[in-house]
Design a protein. Structure first.
Length: 560
């Protein structure tokens, strides 16, 4: 390669040569006008006939995958070809003949110099984003860092919303190189339609770990023993499903998302759901109880006369680590035949939550992941679930350590586990535990929801939650959701009242039918090795007749 003079004197003087020459243009990126370090910058190879847009990696023989390029030929000015190499022998191709035709630029009068060339200015607004392009159109080549600008000529700079820029930084002459020569074989492939191509490219950007597919969670009174099928275990009369999963290594900084999709298979009510990990690092765990019975779990007592099985950390027992708390809507799917004017019910309920804080707990581990929906219906619910792993350069949580301190949600409800009514005692939850070593940047991940489904029940009455750590108040908040009416179309079987509201409209203690309840992160700072205490107090309401209030809380200590 031989570099072109930085101010393009060569090009301006020798314009007739352009048609025979091939050029390699390298682009740099700027965010908020600051240069971004890029180990694989955008690179374009173009001549008067054709253009290939890729990256530096796209034009080397030992390139890494995935790798995507775009191809443009002057004899087909309304077409743009896209090729994605997922692997060396797994290649996708598509041709877009519609998107290019819709592009209409607004030509503006401003000019500015870039690499010595006086560039013209064009602008277009796409999906409320203002795109500014600076280009020259007298050099006989079509080159751009993105396909959008190819029709203009040679795009030297692309700016989106005045805060993200791609700008030509270097131009070189290539001797006896034809741009399409790098991808001649791939260009001969049969194309996919653009929608299928985009979907497959998108799916390849992350890794999917299947957990459950069309799995029924229901109440089967005849089922008293655990059943096992393909690493899937069913417990508590079918209301708890556990899957053993071998997780891959997860890069630091990756983002993890948990997806659950649910439909009613007969149950019309709003039910509590939970996805959790059963830790295997204690002498006794919940899986032992699911298989052998509740009696092996340690009992927590706080003076209110009841015994609560398996809810707090002890020397020999660690509670489950809750990943997601969700609530089913009223009858989605099974009860969509219910008709109301101007209401079109959704077909299924999706729940999606970022659980990246558990990267270190999951990475390269064999784990038991449990799913619970509390119900007494033989049809119950059908769910699908998976985990997705996404590369990211930003790590919000660096948690090499985790410890479940408490979980009052009675996931073994249908096997006789006590309801979490323990907050009618002023002691609430109170436990002492010991850390074997110092923890840095410790935080308590807390999920809390109030229950009691009548007018005076804690489900419908705001209650202050107070958390004490080492006898100091570290959290004081009334968890309350006022957006429940936003999810009406997920709730076809919700009861309607004389005041014009439906049951699913009503505000609740930190949950709504058809939603995920997100956790609170309570910063605790650095913790020394040794003994510590944690306590949670809630002024739980009194029972009325057969109705009672309860609070489902989970608390996991995270840190470095």
């Amino acid at each position: 390669m031989k570099p072109i003079f930085s101010f393009f004197i060569f090009l301006i003087v020798h314009l007739p040569l352009i048609a025979q020459e091939t050029y390699q243009i390298t682009y740099e990126k700027l965010s908020n006008h600051k240069k971004v370090t890029d180990s694989n910058p955008i690179r374009v190879i173009a001549n008067a006939e054709e253009t290939v847009i890729g990256t530096e990696n796209s034009f080397v023989s030992d390139r890494f995958y995935p790798n995507e390029i775009h191809y443009y030929h002057g004899q087909e000015p309304e077409l743009i070809y896209s090729i994605m190499e997922l692997e060396e022998n797994r290649v996708l191709k598509t041709v877009d003949s519609i998107g290019f035709q819709k592009i209409v630029f607004k030509k503006l009068n401003q000019t500015k110099r870039i690499l010595g060339l006086r560039a013209k200015h064009a602008q277009i607004i796409i999906n409320s984003n203002t795109i500014d392009l600076w280009y020259v159109d007298h050099l006989g080549i079509h080159a751009s860092p993105v396909p959008l600008g190819l029709k203009l000529g040679f795009v030297l700079e692309y700016t989106r919303n005045n805060n993200y820029t791609i700008r030509a930084s270097k131009i070189e002459y290539l001797n006896q190189v034809q741009p399409s020569g790098f991808y001649q074989k791939h260009l001969a492939l049969d194309p996919l339609d653009p929608l299928t191509y985009s979907h497959l490219v998108w799916k390849n950007k992350f890794k999917t770990i299947p957990l459950l597919a069309r799995q029924q969670i229901h109440y089967d009174p005849q089922s008293n023993v655990a059943s096992n099928n393909d690493s899937i275990f069913r417990y508590a009369h079918g209301t708890v499903v556990v899957r053993k999963v071998k997780m891959p290594y997860i890069d630091h900084g990756s983002q993890l998302f948990l997806d659950v999709t649910q439909v009613s298979n007969g149950d019309a009510y709003d039910r509590t759901g939970s996805v959790f990990i059963i830790p295997q690092r204690s002498k006794t765990n919940l899986k032992d109880a699911l298989e052998k019975g509740l009696n092996i779990l340690p009992v927590y007592e706080n003076g209110n006369g009841k015994k609560y099985q398996g809810v707090v950390l002890t020397k020999d027992y660690e509670p489950v680590i809750e990943l997601m708390r969700f609530f089913t809507p009223f009858g989605i799917g099974q009860f969509n035949h219910v008709q109301l004017k101007d209401k079109t019910w959704h077909l299924e309920n999706p729940y999606r939550q970022d659980i990246s804080e558990f990267r270190d707990l999951l990475s390269d581990q064999e784990v038991y992941i449990g799913f619970f929906i509390g119900n007494y219906d033989q049809g119950g619910h059908m769910i699908d679930a998976n985990l997705t792993i996404h590369n990211s350069e930003k790590q919000l949580f660096s948690n090499g350590k985790s410890l479940a301190l408490f979980n009052t949600l009675n996931v073994m409800e249908m096997a006789g586990q006590e309801y979490p009514t323990l907050f009618n005692s002023d002691r609430g939850i109170h436990l002492e535990f010991e850390l074997k070593e110092d923890w840095k940047n410790a935080k308590l991940r807390l999920i809390t929801t109030g229950h009691g489904g009548w007018g005076n029940g804690d489900e419908f009455v705001p209650k202050l939650n107070s958390v004490f750590f080492d006898d100091k108040l570290v959290f004081s908040l009334t968890p309350w959701r006022q957006d429940c009416g936003s999810y009406r179309l997920y709730n076809p079987a919700s009861g309607n009242f004389d005041n014009g509201l439906s049951s699913s409209d009503y505000s609740r203690s930190n949950w709504c039918p058809g939603t995920v309840t997100t956790p609170y992160f309570i910063q605790l700072g650095d913790l020394k090795a040794g003994k510590h205490t944690v306590q949670v107090k809630i002024p739980q309401g009194e029972p009325e007749g057969n109705s009672f209030s309860s609070w489902a809380l989970s608390g996991v200590l995270l840190g470095e």
